[in-house]
Design a protein around this ligand. Structure first.
Ligand code: NI
Length: 137
Protein backbone atom coordinates (compact mmCIF):
# COMPACT_ATOMS: atom_id res chain seq x y z
CA UNK A 1 0.00 0.00 0.00
CA UNK A 2 1.14 3.51 -0.79
CA UNK A 3 1.75 5.56 2.29
CA UNK A 4 -0.80 8.22 1.32
CA UNK A 5 -0.66 10.45 -1.73
CA UNK A 6 0.46 14.06 -1.60
CA UNK A 7 -0.28 16.60 -4.28
CA UNK A 8 2.27 19.20 -5.30
CA UNK A 9 2.21 22.13 -7.67
CA UNK A 10 5.34 22.68 -9.73
CA UNK A 11 6.28 25.68 -11.84
CA UNK A 12 8.28 24.84 -14.96
CA UNK A 13 9.44 26.70 -18.03
CA UNK A 14 6.91 25.97 -20.79
CA UNK A 15 9.46 24.50 -23.18
CA UNK A 16 10.78 22.14 -20.49
CA UNK A 17 7.26 20.81 -19.91
CA UNK A 18 6.70 20.43 -23.68
CA UNK A 19 9.92 18.46 -23.97
CA UNK A 20 8.97 16.30 -21.00
CA UNK A 21 5.53 15.61 -22.49
CA UNK A 22 7.09 14.64 -25.83
CA UNK A 23 9.46 12.20 -24.08
CA UNK A 24 6.77 10.56 -21.96
CA UNK A 25 4.49 10.23 -24.98
CA UNK A 26 7.29 8.39 -26.81
CA UNK A 27 7.91 6.16 -23.81
CA UNK A 28 4.25 5.27 -23.51
CA UNK A 29 3.36 6.74 -20.14
CA UNK A 30 -0.37 6.90 -19.53
CA UNK A 31 -0.16 10.01 -17.38
CA UNK A 32 2.16 12.86 -16.59
CA UNK A 33 1.94 12.08 -12.86
CA UNK A 34 3.18 8.55 -13.43
CA UNK A 35 6.14 9.83 -15.46
CA UNK A 36 7.02 12.45 -12.85
CA UNK A 37 6.88 9.79 -10.09
CA UNK A 38 9.32 7.64 -12.09
CA UNK A 39 11.58 10.61 -12.76
CA UNK A 40 11.69 11.50 -9.06
CA UNK A 41 12.39 7.88 -8.08
CA UNK A 42 15.28 7.74 -10.58
CA UNK A 43 16.62 11.04 -9.34
CA UNK A 44 16.64 9.79 -5.74
CA UNK A 45 18.21 6.46 -6.72
CA UNK A 46 20.95 8.20 -8.66
CA UNK A 47 21.64 10.54 -5.76
CA UNK A 48 21.74 7.71 -3.22
CA UNK A 49 24.02 5.70 -5.48
CA UNK A 50 26.35 8.68 -5.85
CA UNK A 51 26.33 9.17 -2.09
CA UNK A 52 27.17 5.57 -1.29
CA UNK A 53 29.84 4.93 -3.88
CA UNK A 54 33.48 4.99 -2.94
CA UNK A 55 36.70 3.25 -3.94
CA UNK A 56 38.36 2.85 -7.33
CA UNK A 57 36.17 3.62 -10.33
CA UNK A 58 36.60 3.92 -14.10
CA UNK A 59 34.08 6.06 -15.90
CA UNK A 60 33.23 9.06 -17.99
CA UNK A 61 31.96 12.49 -17.01
CA UNK A 62 29.82 13.95 -19.79
CA UNK A 63 29.66 17.73 -19.66
CA UNK A 64 27.40 19.81 -21.87
CA UNK A 65 28.13 23.51 -21.85
CA UNK A 66 27.59 26.70 -23.77
CA UNK A 67 31.01 27.87 -24.92
CA UNK A 68 29.71 31.41 -25.52
CA UNK A 69 29.44 31.95 -21.76
CA UNK A 70 32.46 34.03 -20.79
CA UNK A 71 35.18 32.07 -18.98
CA UNK A 72 33.59 28.63 -19.20
CA UNK A 73 36.29 27.13 -21.46
CA UNK A 74 39.09 28.33 -19.17
CA UNK A 75 37.25 27.13 -16.06
CA UNK A 76 36.76 23.64 -17.48
CA UNK A 77 40.38 23.37 -18.62
CA UNK A 78 41.71 24.69 -15.28
CA UNK A 79 39.58 22.16 -13.39
CA UNK A 80 40.93 19.34 -15.53
CA UNK A 81 44.49 20.40 -14.75
CA UNK A 82 43.62 20.57 -11.08
CA UNK A 83 42.24 17.01 -11.23
CA UNK A 84 44.87 15.63 -13.66
CA UNK A 85 45.56 12.71 -11.29
CA UNK A 86 42.18 11.15 -12.02
CA UNK A 87 41.67 12.24 -15.66
CA UNK A 88 42.85 9.87 -18.37
CA UNK A 89 41.63 11.50 -21.59
CA UNK A 90 39.24 14.18 -22.73
CA UNK A 91 37.17 14.21 -25.91
CA UNK A 92 35.63 17.43 -27.12
CA UNK A 93 32.70 17.45 -29.53
CA UNK A 94 31.29 20.72 -30.93
CA UNK A 95 27.58 19.89 -30.88
CA UNK A 96 26.42 23.00 -32.75
CA UNK A 97 27.32 26.68 -33.05
CA UNK A 98 27.13 27.23 -29.29
CA UNK A 99 26.98 23.92 -27.39
CA UNK A 100 29.91 21.64 -26.60
CA UNK A 101 30.10 18.13 -25.22
CA UNK A 102 33.21 17.31 -23.23
CA UNK A 103 33.67 13.65 -22.37
CA UNK A 104 36.17 13.34 -19.54
CA UNK A 105 37.44 9.82 -18.97
CA UNK A 106 38.24 9.32 -15.32
CA UNK A 107 39.94 6.66 -13.28
CA UNK A 108 40.45 6.94 -9.57
CA UNK A 109 38.78 7.26 -6.21
CA UNK A 110 35.05 7.90 -6.44
CA UNK A 111 35.29 10.62 -3.78
CA UNK A 112 37.71 12.59 -5.97
CA UNK A 113 35.61 11.99 -9.08
CA UNK A 114 32.54 13.27 -7.25
CA UNK A 115 34.49 16.33 -6.20
CA UNK A 116 35.35 16.96 -9.86
CA UNK A 117 31.70 16.46 -10.87
CA UNK A 118 30.53 18.92 -8.21
CA UNK A 119 33.06 21.54 -9.27
CA UNK A 120 32.12 21.24 -12.95
CA UNK A 121 28.41 21.28 -12.12
CA UNK A 122 28.73 24.61 -10.34
CA UNK A 123 30.63 26.23 -13.24
CA UNK A 124 28.75 29.01 -15.01
CA UNK A 125 27.77 28.03 -18.54
CA UNK A 126 27.58 24.32 -17.78
CA UNK A 127 24.15 22.99 -18.72
CA UNK A 128 24.38 19.35 -17.70
CA UNK A 129 26.88 16.98 -16.07
CA UNK A 130 26.46 13.23 -16.00
CA UNK A 131 28.81 10.65 -14.53
CA UNK A 132 28.68 7.13 -15.92
CA UNK A 133 30.88 4.52 -14.29
CA UNK A 134 32.04 1.71 -16.54
CA UNK A 135 33.42 -0.68 -13.96
CA UNK A 136 34.73 -0.94 -10.47
CA UNK A 137 38.09 -2.39 -9.63
NI1 NI B 1 33.17 23.00 -28.72
Amino acid sequence: MEDGIARIGVSLPKNLLEEFDAVILNRGYSSRSEAIRDAIRNYILEYKWMEREEGEVVGVVNVIYNHNVKGVNDSIINLQHEFHDIITTTLHIHLNSEMCLEMILVRGDMKEIKRLVDRISSTKGVINVKLITAMRE
